[in-house]
Design a protein around this ligand. Structure first.
Ligand SMILES: [Zn+2]
Length: 246
């Protein structure tokens, strides 16, 4: 196989492998998106639970105030009976004071109950709007999940097809060159092991390639690697001289 053929075969393999990279990158992000949404939902549900337990404790406060009122009622009845049997004015006045005290207790309890009921209504209203937000998020998540599942299923098929293509193409390339390609590819962030010279620059690292080197690359008579990034330079469209500003 001539060098030019080898380089072209490698460029073809790179095109397939780059597609494979894109596909996997896309799929890699999808589950994360769903996870983020699910975490958000858990956060909202936790908030709702907190509201519910807040309301429960407010309701038990109200129950306590009602019990206090009952106690006060009992005491009032008792004091009224005692007042019937007083022996003097001093005793009567003392009991009157107790009575007043218990009536105040009842008024106070009524006020607390009204205030607490107001707090409960506020919380319930807030809960309703959170619930609405939660419901719409759940619908959004469902839609997203289905979309992602479909995409994953689709990309799986494409992935298998590309893997087969990649294997078929790899078989056409001699082992030594293929190993070099794989080594460079695994070290390159963008997965590019073989690139073309584009507008006078390396297509992998974008460093300027000298015109004479560009000419050699165009000839495809030997395998040339970028002196900056080590990628194989598989070809050049045209020779371009980079004008450097002084
Ligand atoms: Zn380079």
């Amino acid at each position: 196989m001539e060098i030019a053929e080898k380089l072209n075969a490698l460029l073809e393999l790179q095109a397939i492998d780059s597609q494979l990279d894109e596909l996997r990158k896309l799929r890699g992000d999808l589950p994360e998106e769903v996870r983020d949404l699910e975490d958000e939902l858990i956060g909202i549900e936790t908030r709702l639970k907190r509201f519910k337990s807040d309301i429960e404790s407010l309701e038990s406060e109200i129950a306590k105030h009602r019990l206090n009122k009952k106690d006060a009622d009992k005491l009032i009845a008792k004091y009224k009976e005692q007042q019937m049997n007083v022996r003097n004015n001093r005793e009567f006045d003392a009991i009157s004071k107790e009575l007043e005290g218990q009536e105040l207790e009842i008024q106070l309890a009524d006020r607390r109950i009204r205030e607490t009921e107001f707090k409960i209504r506020e919380k319930e209203e807030e809960m309703t709007s959170i619930q609405i937000a939660l419901d719409s998020r759940k619908i959004a998540l469902d839609v997203k999940k289905k979309e992602l599942e479909k995409l994953i299923a689709e990309s799986k098929e494409d992935e298998l097809k590309l893997i087969k293509q990649s294997e078929k193409q790899s078989a056409k390339i001699e082992e030594r060159l293929l190993n070099a390609y794989r080594r460079i590819r695994s070290n390159a962030k963008n997965g590019l092991a073989i690139v073309s010279v584009d507008r006078g620059a390396c297509g992998g690292c974008f460093n300027v390639v000298p015109p004479q080197r560009q000419a050699d690359i165009m000839d495809k008579q030997k395998i040339i690697v970028c002196e900056h990034c080590g990628r194989i330079l598989g070809g050049a469209e045209s020779i371009e001289v980079h004008k450097r500003r002084k």
